[in-house]
Design a protein around this ligand. Structure first.
Ligand SMILES: C[S@@+](CC[C@H](N)C(=O)[O-])C[C@H]1O[C@@H](n2cnc3c(N)ncnc32)[C@H](O)[C@@H]1O
Length: 431
């Protein structure tokens, strides 16, 4: 396989959009084909960028290609979008973007489409604007699927456009300082020594927002477990759970373990931490994170909706339920979600969340606390799910979220204080 980054990007996009593979699985495989770190970064930029602006880029291709490409030739459809993306959204000089993209046709073994790719990119350069922007269909105008735009309009009638715009932004990089190894102040000085610029420090957690994303290998003492990469919103889970010395704690949808580890960093004297996930392969990451950070947990492959398979009979004082969800709060990080998720997936997820909530509630001690979290911004997975649960569960009480100064639950929207979209509700069980 060649090292032409544009050709690799086109293949990767074909795998995601036409074959339904997730970008987080596909991209690392494709990056293995590339040696230079700079080119790996470019591949990532091209794939993320095209997925962010897919409808708009497709509209441009449609303007210049009268007969849509089908079958194996579809990879050239993605290649043309890779070309237009570079011209419109990157600082790569236009002549280099065109030349490299056209050169990719030879690598992709279809030289007779070379002329077509060249002609489309040159036509785009001559005429880069879509006409009648106001009259474009919503998916093209806002670069999201229609079903999703409709849901966001219904859920957030006053700020739906802002949410859609935020989803197109690049995610910033947040760090979480491991309180067991360092303090935020100490770690800030280590970052300064490395000339890594900090943009913001969160007031209520160990969260540091960097001015620019950086390779983890450049972060001081990363391998020694002094720091982890975790979004600022995700870092709210552990302080909200507020585990205390002696508590028996459950994280029932734990992989890859970011929140499990944060809970243990904040509360090293808990009695025990049990980390469950249904996907055994994802537990490898949980164990790697625990080892790197110097922490311990009972890590078990199990289905949170069927605890009888793994529950040992000792009730929990605190439970984190970071539920499987649509991921619609983290589209900045995973733009493929927009194209891989279907409207019908949401109903199935709401049912699964409800099953897990009911099953796990039975494992909470009277007087105990559960934090329900999702990285979704859809009300049916969040406030509506919790309102229904409270209505149907006589011993459940919705607590106020003191650290967040929220009276009830907390819907964080993408971009709020530079964070991902997240939802939190804290429930306690009547004695
Ligand atoms: C949002 S992710 C959890 C992220 C994790 N809490 C963290 O902070 O690193 C949701 C997880 O739920 C897991 N999951 C989905 N269905 C499950 C089930 N029925 N039982 C247990 N885990 C489940 C998925 O495999 C996925 O790892």
């Amino acid at each position: 396989m060649s090292k032409n980054v544009r050709a690799i990007a086109a293949r990767c996009l074909y795998a995601v959009i036409d074959q339904g593979r997730s970008l987080s699985e596909e991209l690392p495989k494709q990056q293995l084909l590339i040696e230079s770190g700079k080119d790996k970064g470019l591949l990532q930029e091209l794939c993320y960028g095209v997925l962010r602006y897919l409808p708009e880029l497709e509209q441009h291709v449609r303007r210049f290609v009268k007969k849509p490409l089908t079958g194996k030739q579809r990879v050239f459809h993605f290649l043309m979008m890779v070309g237009i993306y570079q011209i419109k959204f990157t600082r790569i000089p236009d002549h280099a973007a065109v030349a490299e993209t056209v050169a990719a046709t030879a690598i992709l073994k279809n030289r007779h489409l070379k002329g077509m790719v060249n002609a489309v990119l040159r036509s785009y350069q001559r005429d880069p604007e879509l006409a009648n922007l106001e009259q474009l269909a919503d998916p093209v105008r806002y670069n999201h699927p229609g079903w999703f735009i409709n849901k966001i309009k219904a859920g957030y009638p006053d700020n739906w456009q802002h949410i859609l715009e935020q989803n197109l932004q690049r995610p910033p990089m947040w760090l979480r300082v491991n309180q067991q190894k360092s303090t935020v102040e100490n770690y800030l000085s280590l970052l300064t020594e490395q000339e890594i610029v900090v943009k913001q420090v969160a007031p209520v957690s160990q969260a540091i927002l960097l001015e620019q994303a950086t390779d983890v290998t450049k972060l001081p003492h990363f391998e020694d477990g002094w720091v982890s990469v975790q979004d600022g919103a995700a870092q709210m889970a552990a302080p909200l759970l507020d585990a205390q010395a002696g508590d028996n704690v459950l994280d029932c949808c734990a992989a890859p373990g970011g929140k499990t580890c944060h809970i243990l960093e904040l509360a090293p004297n808990i009695k025990a931490m049990t980390a469950i996930d249904v996907e055994e392969s994802r537990l490898i990451r949980v164990n790697e994170n625990l080892t790197r950070l110097g922490l311990n947990a009972k890590v078990i492959a199990g289905d949170a909706a069927n605890p009888e398979q793994w529950f040992d009979g000792e009730l929990f004082d605190r439970i984190l339920l970071d539920a499987p969800c649509s991921g619609t709060g983290v589209i900045r990080k995973n733009p493929d979600i927009k194209w891989l998720r279907r409207a019908t997936d949401i109903d199935a997820l709401v049912i699964l969340q409800k099953q897990i909530l009911n099953a796990i509630w039975a494992l909470l001690k009277p007087g105990g606390t559960m934090v329900y979290a999702t990285c979704s911004i859809l009300p049916e997975e969040n406030c509506r799910q919790i309102t229904n649960f409270i209505a149907e569960t006589p011993d459940a009480v919705l607590e106020s979220l003191v650290i967040a100064e929220q009276s009830n639950d907390w819907q964080i929207l993408p971009g709020d204080n530079s964070m991902d979209g997240f939802y939190y509700a804290k429930l306690s069980k009547k004695c």
